[in-house]
Design a protein around this ligand. Structure first.
Ligand code: SAM
Length: 450
């Protein structure tokens, strides 16, 4: 096989990153925007020792699951890799991704059920982070997602997976920034004012928190006027904040945020509890699907325990802790972000909850310093999963049940393998679709100590 070779292949399956996989004499070819059962004419674009990459030249026979994507930008934007595949089949493909990860990484022969579908498959995404730049000649402000594998912004005027108000706010910012002399950021030269716009939208109230991430250390008068103008324009904007980020980094938010007008949070409702979400608070981007996960975990605990003590590790704003607080004797929530813990404290007061303790520290450090035992331990780490050190500590404090919530099947499988080597048994894994039209999939694993 050579670069630029043109071949006819049938797509066998989807990789864990949402790319089609074809094989020629066992040699793997990754094909972008391909669906299992597609018969395609492809061109080899990159050749490596163990695999090749290819692009589609022609869809000879489309998979029966191919559909017209509902977003005109699907091919260029890269945010919804699977939108050209019917939703039911997306769920089946994700089920298979989880099952494959469990077999190949964890050596676990476990049957994975169909993911619980997202209650909404359009306008489901409630956190938007658009990078901002400016065109050289016409000085137009660009706002949207990066093209895959580039830092080139696709100027997105309408995104159907986000609430409609997001398009309106972003368009207002695009057009009005000129009037206030606010420039778009040039990443290469590290100049310009506006780096990102971050929107947090409440699915319960429709209110939006707008955060302008700026290449500045303070709010300057033009910026203040711009914030006031945004606030005055939209009755559904609950507040406009400015986040300061002067570093040359890919990290979106800087450490400091100032609220310029209105409130610095929106309220969200999950399982009859009210949460507060700030600019930098971790909160699931699909609240309706997240609610299904919280309900599933709560139901499991309620059916299997009476007044348990629960450790809620990697707690965010203690979303799990608070959701299960009324079926627990005591909940201990541990989270390393100070802002999230502060928001969690407000949420406890707001909901008059008295049996949840908050600890602002690292999970492994917290566990290492205590000898308290817990009936149930909930782990909900970031994509990179848990460290072996934290898993060892969790095992030491566990009376028998661990509920591991994960947004990354590969690190979940790695950590389950480790736990199984330490005499644990995986009772079940239930996937939930939080990120429709992407290859991402959330899982809840129930684990028992033997
Ligand atoms: C996937 S989020 C889960 C948040 C929360 N459980 C929820 O559902 O909204 C992971 C959280 O873990 C926190 N975190 C990351 N590493 C941590 C660590 N070593 N110890 C404690 N918290 C950590 C992050 O700040 C983030 O809030």
């Amino acid at each position: 096989m050579n670069i630029n070779d043109e071949l006819t292949v049938e797509i066998e399956k989807l990789s864990n990153l949402g790319t089609g996989i074809a094989r020629i004499d066992g040699f793997v070819i990754f094909v972008e925007n391909a669906c299992p059962q597609d018969i395609l004419k492809i061109k080899i674009t990159k050749l490596n020792k163990n695999y090749a990459n290819a692009k589609i030249l022609e869809v000879i026979t489309p998979s029966p699951h191919r559909i017209e994507p509902f977003c005109a930008m699907q091919k260029v934007c890269g945010a919804c890799q699977l939108q050209f595949i019917d939703y039911e089949y997306q769920l089946e493909l994700k089920r298979k991704i989880v099952e494959d990860a469990m077999h190949s990484i964890a050596n676990l022969d476990i049957k994975i059920p169909t993911p619980i579908a997202s209650p909404e498959i359009r306008e489901y995404r409630h956190k938007i982070q658009y990078p901002i730049s400016q065109t050289k000649v016409s000085r137009r402000i660009l706002a949207g997602y990066y093209k895959p594998q580039t830092h080139e912004i696709v100027n997105i005027k309408h995104c159907p997976i986000q609430p409609k108000i997001c398009d309106e706010i972003i368009e207002f910012i695009r057009l009005k920034s000129f009037d206030f002399g606010i420039t778009g950021y040039n990443e290469r030269k590290h100049v310009g004012d506006l780096r990102h716009v971050v929107l947090r939208v409440s699915s319960a109230t429709g209110k939006v928190l707008v955060t302008l991430v700026v290449n500045s250390k303070k709010v300057f008068p033009r910026l203040k006027d711009f914030c006031n103008d945004i606030f005055a324009e939209f009755k559904n904007v609950s507040g406009v904040c400015v986040n300061f980020n002067t570093k040359q980094t890919n990290v979106i938010l800087g450490a400091e945020t100032e609220c310029v007008c209105g409130k610095d949070f929106i309220k969200e409702r999950i399982l009859d509890k009210t949460f507060r979400i700030g600019s930098n608070t971790f909160f699931q981007i699909n609240p309706k699907s997240a609610e299904n996960i919280f309900a599933y975990v709560k139901k499991y605990i309620k059916s299997n325990f009476e007044n348990p003590t629960i450790l809620d590790a990697y707690a965010g704003v203690a979303t799990f802790g608070i959701s299960v607080s009324d079926v627990a004797e005591r909940v201990v929530s541990v989270e390393e972000s100070k802002e999230s813990i502060e928001k969690a404290r407000e949420v406890l007061e707001l909901n008059e909850i008295n049996n949840v303790e908050l600890h602002n520290t690292d999970t492994a450090i917290f566990c290492n310093k205590t000898n308290r035992k817990f009936d149930v331990i909930i782990l909900d780490p970031p994509r990179k999963g848990c460290t072996q050190e934290s898993l060892d500590e969790v095992l030491r404090l566990s009376k028998g049940t661990i509920i591991y919530v994960s947004c990354n099947p590969a690190t979940l499988a790695r950590d389950l393998k480790y736990l199984c080597e330490k005499s644990c048994h995986v009772e079940s894994i239930q996937p939930f679709d939080m990120f429709c039209h992407t290859y991402h999939i959330e899982n809840v694993a129930i684990i028992s100590k033997i």
